[in-house]
Write a protein that binds this ligand. Structure first.
Ligand SMILES: [Zn+2]
Length: 176
């Protein structure tokens, strides 16, 4: 299976503690379910029905998922960077952000490039300055490459570097 295909087949469900993480996973293009109204029972059910990998810091949920033979990744409760290192290294992937494949951080729906003329309620200044706009097929929110995007790219760069170091570390150990 091609790497791209493998990546597009990976789907997640994130527990209610990790909303910010879910947003980032969606920007990376992963179909990531996150809903604060879901309890552990529902999370288990959905993971089973939809073949989703559970992401959680909750030990009880980890154990329940394992008992049900579901794929689960336990992440540390601190910060998104170490969490995503844990997720990507557990799956042995090193994905890159491709805005064409990104999903809406708000609602997980795919985005489509839209013509400026079709956009409403965006400041005139932004419309003049930016050329590419994406619209969410679900909630209708419009995105463009602003200052937030720069931060995302920086995050991606750091994450990629850390994953690479981790991989090289493994290799050294393996060769010993
Ligand atoms: Zn949306």
């Amino acid at each position: 299976m091609r790497e791209e295909e493998r990546l597009s087949n990976i789907r997640f469900i994130v527990d209610c503690m990790h909303g910010k993480l879910a947003r980032k996973m969606r920007i990376y293009g992963f179909d990531t379910k996150y809903d604060i109204t879901l309890d552990d029972n529902r999370i288990i059910e959905i993971a089973k029905e939809e073949g989703r990998t559970i992401i959680t810091s909750d030990e009880e949920l980890v154990n329940r998922a394992k008992a049900e033979n579901l794929q689960v990744i336990r992440v540390s409760p601190d910060d998104d960077l170490p969490r995503m290192i844990e997720i990507f290294s557990a799956l042995r992937i090193s994905p890159e952000i491709d805005p064409k494949r990104s999903r809406c951080p708000n609602c997980n729906s795919p985005l489509t490039i839209v013509d400026k003329k079709e956009i409403q309620n965006i400041p005139e200044k932004v419309l003049k300055k930016k050329r590419v706009f994406y619209k969410c097929n679900g909630c209708g929110k419009v995105y463009w490459y602003g200052s937030h995007w720069k931060k995302i790219r920086e995050f991606e760069k750091t994450l990629k570097k850390r994953l690479k170091e981790l991989k090289e570390g493994e290799k050294i150990e393996f060769n010993r």
